[in-house]
Design a protein. Structure first.
Length: 478
């Protein structure tokens, strides 16, 4: 697979030649793809670009050496990326020579959608101003005269970022002929059509709209679970890197399922949430799966298997924005014996945190968990887990950051796992701080220096050495 890098923080006046010179001719202009400004914006690009590295990892590594060097008065972030990440923006990519990077594929031709419709730009109507919560039925009902079926209405939603899954305020109608489309547009030109309290604006479709429509169709096809499907079970607690192959093997040998029957759920940032829905076809099979597979393991994690509700199906299509509470109610330390929620420790989603607090008849027993003796779990001597543990403190994290994001922040190095991460919260809200346990690291200060002020999303994160005493103090203050 081709290597790919990403540049972020580019001046808006930067062009392909400026990037080639910035990277000292390590790359070619033809391999540079700018991300266009958001719809309605007036900038030449978004300040980001992706660069293909056909010569492989060595070419990419040479480019990474220019990380945080300047173009004009701006420092540029240069980081590893992937073709998969680049393709998430394929409808906004612009080639180095100024033309559309991906839209040319649709110019003058039709595409076949997964539902069997053949669509060209000439048969598309774009509607702007629809309510964010609008559904296809709401749109089709407004155009009953033209027999617009709900299956021909495609609601545009954000494909990535914190608003992933939410409506953009636009949608598309696929008409069965150019004539019918023109009739509808002509008749509605001077009418004030409303859904709820919002006026609708109707436009001719373009090749760019066709590209967006193809992406919407692709997103819908990626989630095969429908509201009327029977025999759907929900898996909860999957390893965040679990694939459909892992889930198929989880169900074998008693249940034969295919990849098309699986939807690995995403959170509002487009990352795996640890949940999945699996369609078994009938309720008997679903009940059997719950009885036989509940709490069966994938790797070192047990997976909960329950019958999926309609709400589960809805959420699988439209991820919620709220992040779970960690220290209040049903959070890691807010429930059960420590305060009013469910479970011994409020759900116990953070094994590293559970190592800090241990239940002892409703009290908190810290003991030598952080000390330096022969039985410390977090200290710096001989311990019952083997090896020496050090702690890092991260400050300035995005409030939506999860344990998996922090593991990825360290490039999956130093043996860091999700269970080694403690995200600090106050009253159920993230503070932007976290603590990370590192085993068998000879010089933790080098690790802190290496990642200090590296970026997570759009924020740089400060990384400092910490200590068991500091972590203990933080946990006691909860």
């Amino acid at each position: 697979m081709m290597e790919c890098i990403k540049l972020r923080g580019l001046p808006f006046e930067a062009n392909a030649l400026a990037i080639v010179e910035f990277l000292e001719h390590t790359v070619e202009e033809e391999n540079i793809h700018f991300v266009a400004d958001r719809p309605g914006g007036n900038k030449p690009h978004s300040g980001e670009c992706y660069i293909d590295c056909p010569k492989g990892i060595k070419q990419a590594e040479r480019c990474i050496q220019f990380h945080k060097r300047n173009i004009a008065n701006r420092y540029i972030e240069v980081m590893h990326s992937s073709v998969e990440e680049k393709m998430k923006f394929r409808n906004r990519l612009i080639s180095a020579h100024g033309g559309p990077g991906m839209h040319d594929d649709y110019e003058g031709r039709a595409i076949l959608l997964n539902i069997g419709l053949e669509v060209s730009a000439e048969t598309i109507i774009k509607i702007r101003g629809v309510p964010f919560e609008c559904q296809p039925d709401d749109v089709s009902n407004k155009f009953q005269k033209y027999d617009v079926d709900p299956t021909r209405v495609f609601i545009e939603r954000h494909f990535h970022g914190p608003r992933r899954g939410q409506g953009t305020g636009s949608c598309f109608i696929v008409m069965d002929s150019v004539e019918r489309k023109n009739d509808l547009l002509d008749e509605c030109k001077h009418l004030k059509i409303m859904i709820g309290h919002r006026y609708l604006e109707l436009f001719d479709g373009t090749e760019q709209d066709l590209g967006i429509l193809a992406r919407i169709d692709e997103e819908q096809a990626a989630n095969p679970i429908r509201m009327d499907d029977e025999g759907v079970v929900k898996l909860r607690g999957l390893p965040w890197r679990a694939t459909k192959v892992d889930i198929i093997e989880f169900f074998e040998p008693n249940f034969q399922i295919e990849a098309i029957d699986i939807n690995i759920c995403k959170n509002h940032e487009g990352k795996a949430s640890g949940d999945a829905l699996v369609r078994l076809g009938n309720m008997d099979a679903a009940n059997q799966a719950v009885n036989e597979l509940h709490k069966k393991h994938i790797d070192d994690r047990y997976v909960e298997v329950t019958l999926a509700t309609n709400q589960d199906k809805v959420r699988s299509h439209h991820p919620e924005r709220e992040r779970p509470q960690r220290f209040g109610g049903k959070g890691d330390f807010g429930g059960g014996k420590f305060g009013g929620g469910k479970g011994t420790m409020g759900g116990g989603k953070n094994p590293a945190a559970r190592d800090v607090y241990q239940s002892n008849g409703g009290t908190q027993r810290m003991g030598n968990n952080f000390g330096g003796g022969n039985n410390n779990n977090f200290g710096g001597g001989n311990n019952n887990r083997g090896g020496v543990y050090s702690w890092l403190k991260l400050r300035g994290l995005p409030f939506s950051a999860q344990e998996a994001d922090i593991v990825e922040f360290f490039n999956f190095q130093y043996g860091i796992q999700e269970k080694d991460v403690i995200i600090e919260n106050q009253l159920g809200r993230a503070t932007g701080n976290a603590y990370v346990k590192i085993a068998n690291c000879e010089n933790v200060s080098d690790v802190a220096s290496k990642y200090h002020k590296s970026n997570m999303g759009s924020r740089y994160v400060e990384v400092f050495e910490s200590s068991p005493d500091e972590v203990q103090k933080v946990m006691r203050s909860r």
